[in-house]
Design a protein around this ligand. Structure first.
Ligand SMILES: C[S@@+](CC[C@H](N)C(=O)[O-])C[C@H]1O[C@@H](n2cnc3c(N)ncnc32)[C@H](O)[C@@H]1O
Ligand code: SF4
Length: 465
């Protein structure tokens, strides 16, 4: 995908409507309670059947945070009581025990990621214990490509702790920043200095972390061009390998803490677009490559390199270079992708704990993908990662006549083509530089489920911009 991005504000505004982020297809609202423990066991068992054992990715969710950021849309529990980690970890170890037995020992773990909430709510000693437990129960790959990554809140970790994480085996970190502007920080209840953030980034580097990511958000209350420009300049000066610039998803009905945000403080749609434009200009000028869906990387980072050779993938953890692995999600709300199935753990702590205390795998919903789901998932993945749909390759792989099979989708895509978001040719559909900012709108044309809305009481998806 190219990086030159002449933004057409009128066009972007027109396409700024709610849509999924496609970290999975079908998306989580399609999961159903009819997929339970028995189905998960069956999916795990059949996933062991490949002649070449498929590798594993592990995700561990740590839900706790010390302080509530008002914008937050993550599954988290705010507490100052550090002892809550103990009972959580006791359950997590039982879940690991119940789960590991389902997978053949010869299946190598190529990726382990800790997300949250705030994984560094756990002390380095506790994180070491979790990693050691996983190492005992699973077979970790010795490959230099193996990743152990963690989301860090820089407000609550010291450089000495970072060195200990490196000693445990962590080699990638993702730091929450959002904005350094003091007015914005106050409005979102997250006071975080440049100094403490830079200290953590430098500690990661000094300890040999392979890559450091920084999360920013545009569209936050009180955000403006001047302040955000300063934030971008500050971040770029430290040269993190990756920078995520998320669009603020304001869904106060879904995320109660967001009710603390004054609607009047939010930038207008136009101002928000200006912030995105600013981020793209500054980051590309500083040499970052736009990967797609809010993510930028330095050209020598593995994500940018993987994209250049067609080896980029996307899963619940975001973009990744690890293809063809089964994902095992552990902890409250975690999602697994095993073979042709998705499944999710309960999103509330009580239900997750209850299932484990009963000796059950804590799955509360999921789905088995049909052949049609798999084909569309593959297509959407290629759109999100490579910015194109290789028509002939999909026809060969799935034995379909693309034009006939996707007649509805192609019709839906017509106005997007007329607006210059995609180019449709007989052998490929290519996302244009304008379309790269509207990847989810393009993917939505291929989403079979958007026509069949499920019952909802609150908006499920954030807006495209
Ligand atoms: C689990 S948090 C990161 C780790 C750690 N808890 C922290 O905040 O430093 C993941 C990221 O999600 C993003 N995020 C959270 N709520 C969001 C929202 N409502 N809209 C857009 N991005 C959001 C933030 O950029 C945040 O850094
Ligand atoms: S942004 Fe991070 S630290 Fe803040 S509430 Fe959300 S998960 Fe917790």
């Amino acid at each position: 995908m190219q990086t030159s991005t002449p933004i057409d504000p009128e066009l972007l505004r027109r396409y700024d409507r709610p849509g999924p982020r496609y970290t999975s297809y079908p998306t989580a609202p399609q999961f159903s309670a009819s997929f339970g423990e028995a189905e998960l066991r069956e999916a795990a068992q059949s996933s062991n059947g490949d002649p070449i054992p498929r590798r594993l990715s592990l995700y561990v969710h740590v839900p706790f945070c010390l302080s509530p950021c008002f914008y937050c849309g993550c599954n988290r529990i705010i507490t100052r009581d550090l002892t809550r980690a103990d009972s959580y970890l006791a359950r997590l170890y039982r879940e690991i025990d119940l789960t590991a037995g389902l997978f053949d020992r010869d299946r190598e773990v190529i990726q382990l990621h800790f997300g949250g909430g705030t994984p560094n709510f756990l002390s380095p000693a506790q994180l070491r214990e979790v990693v050691d437990t996983l190492r005992r129960q699973f077979h970790f790959s010795d490959s230099p490509q193996r990743d152990i990554s963690i989301e860090l809140d820089p407000r609550f970790i010291s450089p000495a702790d970072v060195a200990e994480l490196a000693d445990i085996g962590f080699n990638r970190a993702s730091l929450g920043v959002q904005d350094f502007d003091p007015l914005v920080q106050e409005a979102v209840n997250r006071i975080q200095s440049v100094e403490q953030t830079v200290a953590v980034i430098e500690a990661c580097r000094a300890s040999g972390f392979r890559s450091v990511n920084v999360d920013l958000i545009y569209g936050l209350p009180k955000q403006n061009q001047e302040g955000f420009a300063r934030t971008l300049d500050t971040v770029v000066a430290v040269r993190p390998d990756r920078i995520a610039v998320y669009s603020y998803a304001h869904l106060p009905e879904l995320f109660k803490a967001q009710k603390q945000i004054e609607a009047a403080d939010l930038p207008t749609a136009e101002a928000k677009l200006g912030l995105l434009q600013l981020a793209i200009e500054k980051l590309t000028a500083a040499g970052y490559v736009y990967i797609g869906m809010d993510h930028f990387a330095l050209p020598d980072d593995e994500l940018a390199q993987a994209q250049a050779r067609g080896g980029l993938h996307r899963n619940f953890m975001g973009y990744t270079t690890h293809s063809d692995s089964d994902l095992i999600g552990l902890g409250v709300s975690a999602i697994s992708h095993i073979g042709d199935s998705f499944s999710q753990n309960p999103r509330d702590l009580i239900s997750w704990q209850g299932a484990i205390d009963d000796g059950r795998l804590p799955v509360f919903r999921g789905m088995r993908l049909s052949e049609d789901d798999q084909l569309r998932a593959d297509l959407i993945q290629r759109l999100m990662c490579q910015g194109e749909v290789p028509v002939a390759a999909l026809e060969r792989r799935y034995a379909i006549d693309f034009k006939a099979y996707f007649a509805d989708s192609l019709e839906r895509l017509q106005p997007l083509e007329a607006d210059g978001l995609v180019r449709i040719e007989p052998d490929r559909i290519t996302v244009t530089s304008q379309g790269r900012l509207l990847l989810r709108n393009i993917a939505m044309c291929f989403d079979k489920y958007l026509d069949k809305p499920v019952a909802v009481t609150a908006p499920r998806f954030s807006r495209a911009i």
